[in-house]
Design a protein around this ligand. Structure first.
Ligand code: NAG
Ligand code: NAG
Ligand code: NAG
Length: 223
């Protein structure tokens, strides 16, 4: 019981120290897929701006390329926010924030298509238990055409309005999603990642004393 409390406290402390020297990369509009010539705004939401966070990306064009170095428009001298006015398929890649001392933020995969269909899926990992809405849209028509949704290559649902909601997502919903709209084409594929609900783990931790150790390991594995 005593050890359990200590473990929980340690967990809380590590959770807090995890979040104090961290940045979170946000993408606006919030989507992992874009049409060619779309605008996107990327930003490192930082707890400690003195850490000197820089937005970087890996694409087929280059590795660890900072914002402003051939891509994006930095906000003044700061390279922690960056806008791309017109995206091209070559802007597809992995984006993240990196501090001078080395820690990195969450990573985000962005895909830019020259095609006419995209899947709007959550760009950040989704919490277990949340509802997730996917939207299949075309470049030219209002987004309420019938669409078919696929997970890991298999058809999962056909929806008359191009929206699909997955209720109470669980780990088994994790995978590679795409959609298609008859007569318009297929979207690129994007990963949907599901993470554990840390609050549940914490409560679990304080009530199920005997299982605290195992559960803590799970919690740490999620970070
Ligand atoms: C970016 O590319 C570098 C060099 O290939 C690699 O070491 C690094 O792991 C990549 N980072 C990401 C986030 O993919
Ligand atoms: C980036 O875009 C946002 C939203 O349109 C705008 O508020 C911000 O001023 C822009 N920043 C730069 C550096 O252009
Ligand atoms: C990015 O995409 C690659 C390959 O498609 C995948 O292995 C990786 O898990 C994705 N990363 C994120 C953060 O979604």
């Amino acid at each position: 019981m005593k050890e359990t409390s200590v473990l929980c406290l340690l967990f809380l402390i590590s959770l807090l120290s995890c979040t104090t020297n961290q940045a979170r990369l946000t993408v606006s509009p919030s989507s992992s897929q874009f049409f060619k010539l779309d605008f996107v705004s990327l930003s490192c939401e930082e707890d400690d701006s003195s850490a000197g966070w820089t937005l970087r990306r890996n694409t087929t064009e280059g590795q660890r390329t900072p914002c402003g170095d051939g891509w994006g428009k930095p906000a003044g001298s700061k390279k922690s926010s960056c806008n791309i006015s017109y995206m091209y398929p070559l802007d597809s890649g992995v984006y993240w924030c990196e501090s001078r001392e080395g820690p990195i933020s969450n990573m985000v995969n962005l895909t830019v298509t020259g095609g006419s269909v995209i899947l709007q899926s959550p760009v950040l990992p989704v919490m277990e238990g949340d509802d997730v809405t996917l939207l299949c849209k075309t470049k030219t028509t209002p987004s309420n055409l019938p669409a078919a949704f696929y997970k890991d290559g298999s058809l999962i649902r056909k929806q008359p309005t191009g929206h699909m909601t997955i209720q109470h997502v669980s780990r088994s919903d994790e995978g590679l999603y795409k959609c298609d709209i008859s007569g318009h084409g297929e979207s690129p594929s994007s990963w949907i990642t599901v993470t554990g609900d840390t609050l549940t783990c914490l409560c679990f931790c304080s009530f199920q004393h005997s299982q605290c150790d195992d559960n803590l390991m799970t919690v740490f594995a999620l970070f």
